[in-house]
Each structure stands twice: as C-alpha cells, then as structure tokens.
Design a protein around this ligand. Structure first.
Ligand SMILES: [Zn+2]
Ligand SMILES: [Zn+2]
Length: 151
C-alpha cells in the first residue's frame, strides 16, 4: 500500500533534516563555521576569519555587529570583549592605533573605527601616577582598520 501523501512529505522532511544535521556535523569536523550574523561559512582554523565573542562574527559583519552588541552588554563584559576585539583587529586585520585623536584620517565611511578604553591604564589615562604612554593620557585608544576592498 502507498502511504498518504502527507506522510511522504513528513518523511522527506525528516530525512532532509537528518541529512542537514549530518552535513553540519561534517562541516564542523572540517573546522568550517558560520558567522552568526550573515550565516556565511568560514574556515574557523584561520583565526582572522571569525571573531569569537560567545557568538562567531566575521570581519565584514563586525562593524555593524559591535556597536549594537556593545550597547547590549554589561560594562564588565563589554570591556572584556572590547579588549579581545582590539587584539583581534590588531593581530589579524592590520588595524592601527591612533593615539592622537586629532590625527585620525578622514572617515570614508567604509573602514572600521573603534574607540576602546586603553588596556594599559584601564581607561584612566594615568599609569603609576604619570601619563599613560600607551594611550597618550587620553584613556582611550582609537583603532582604524582600512577598508579591505579599497586596499
Ligand atoms: Zn558575517
Ligand atoms: Zn592608557
């Protein structure tokens, strides 16, 4: 006997779901993971591809993701992720620290800019009683990452 058409559809869906779950496991075994924003797949073994902040975010999505995410975080969490993000951008994406904020290149709206509390002086601007050399006494670091497509 042939089953009801609805049952066939249900079976096919269940099969498809199992197939997808297998594919997902396979991709994870290969070290391929998805960006939580755009769902694009990246090789997670390349540390510059995805930023891990509990959720994975690709470089393209960072500039939209961080301003929103940072607003939703408690101050302590924000600082932790901010420092991690600063290191990630410095190490993997050629970010430059601009200590003198007046020397910032004009914003072309495409590169990424990020102002983070200075890690050395904890955003205070002073270190052991004198001006912090890392941030120049401002307590803030400004990070500029050139637009990769323009480079
Ligand atoms: Zn993305
Ligand atoms: Zn400092």
């Amino acid at each position: 006997m042939i089953g009801h058409p609805e049952d066939d559809t249900g079976d096919a869906l269940a099969r498809l779901e199992r197939e997808l779950a297998r594919l997902k496991t396979g991709l994870e075994l290969l070290g391929v993971k998805a960006c939580s924003c755009c769902r694009n797949l990246f090789r997670a073994t390349e540390p510059g591809n995805l930023f891990d902040a509990g959720e994975l975010v690709c470089f393209t999505c960072i500039r939209h993701w961080w301003p929103e995410r940072s607003r939703a975080l408690a101050a302590q969490d924000r600082e932790l992720i901010e420092h991690k993000l600063v290191h990630w951008l410095l190490n993997h994406h050629g970010a430059k620290v601009v200590r003198d904020h007046e020397k910032l290149p004009p914003d072309d709206g495409r590169g990424i800019r990020l102002v983070a509390a200075c890690e050395e002086c904890d955003g205070k601007g002073t270190w052991a009683g004198s001006k912090c050399h890392f941030c120049g006494g401002t307590g803030a670091l400004c990070l500029v990452i050139p637009n990769p497509e323009a480079a």
